[in-house]
Design a protein around this ligand. Structure first.
Ligand SMILES: C[S@@+](CC[C@H](N)C(=O)[O-])C[C@H]1O[C@@H](n2cnc3c(N)ncnc32)[C@H](O)[C@@H]1O
Length: 258
């Protein structure tokens, strides 16, 4: 399931989800929308994020999904906020670089990456997530990323050939490791997409699945620098969540690097 790389730029921020076209996308599935203001804990940067207002409705629709995917893309997650913050505190790491985000959700991290000057390809399982990522990026960064609908458990060759994005220097991923079945596919995908010496910038809220993923990379010689984000987060239910942001450096050096 990959459907189309979509590249566009929007400078006005006036587009509506209805104006955005993506194969597999159905406006009716989103239901009513609401806008939340998100203030990043350290940088203080502010975002307006559009998200579905009725999650129960999306849960009902998810019952028909062949992969039994729940609509996690529709929520604001502390990890996405922390990674957005980390990116804006260190924009030089992304400026002018080809960057892939895995599991972009509503696009908070994607908007920060575009603000930092990345040339971004955002991927997600959900077409609705990709559409809202485009919209939220247009609103918050005045730009949209290229997007690709993909199931990372069965990534087709198109992912690796995607518009010159193969072997990128930076991959972003926030709270994508919560199911055991994803540890191996995500490791294999990262190893195929990230160049030697490249950076996997991974935010995770302390889930065992993420810990075993990180451990497997460390065992393979990746360097890991970590930083903690204790919040505050927009949702009161997340008050006790602490996010670890990992800078995982792949061993080796980029071809041509001295
Ligand atoms: C917990 S959400 C995190 C979203 C966003 N990164 C954030 O932190 O706000 C996990 C994201 O991964 C995506 N995802 C889950 N399984 C996937 C798969 N097999 N292939 C592609 N994307 C997937 C979901 O659709 C969702 O957007």
């Amino acid at each position: 399931m990959t459907q189309g790389i979509r590249r566009s730029q929007c400078t006005s921020g006036r587009s509506q989800p209805e104006d955005l076209s993506l194969p597999g996308w159905d406006r009716a599935r989103l239901g009513p929308l609401r806008t939340r203001r998100v203030v990043l804990p350290r940088s203080g940067a502010s975002f307006r994020i559009v998200q579905p207002a009725d999650i129960d409705r999306l849960l009902d629709l998810a019952a028909a999904d062949p992969e039994e995917q729940l609509p996690y893309w529709a929520e604001l997650w502390p990890s996405g906020i922390a990674l957005a913050d980390a990116v804006l505190l260190e924009p030089d790491t992304l400026r002018g670089q080809r960057v892939i985000e895995l599991g972009c959700g509503l696009g908070v991290t994607a908007a920060a990456a575009l603000r930092a000057g990345a040339e971004l390809l955002a991927m997600d399982y959900s077409a609705e997530a990709l559409v809202l990522t485009c919209w939220n990026c247009a609103w918050n960064a005045g730009l949209e990323p290229a997007v690709l609908r993909v199931n990372w458990r069965q990534p087709p060759e198109e992912v690796f050939a995607a518009a010159g994005f193969a072997s990128v220097p930076v991959i972003l991923a926030a709270d994508v490791l919560y199911e055991r079945r994803d540890v191996e596919p995500l490791r294999s995908l990262v190893e195929r997409l990230l160049r030697p010496g490249g950076l996997l910038w991974l935010a995770e809220p302390g889930r065992a699945t993420a810990a075993s993923f990180v451990e497997s990379l460390r065992d393979a010689g990746w360097q890991d620098e970590t930083d903690m984000w204790p919040g505050p987060w927009p949702d009161a239910n997340d008050a006790t969540v602490a996010v670890t942001v990992h800078r995982l450096r792949r061993p080796g050096s980029a071809p041509g690097a001295s």
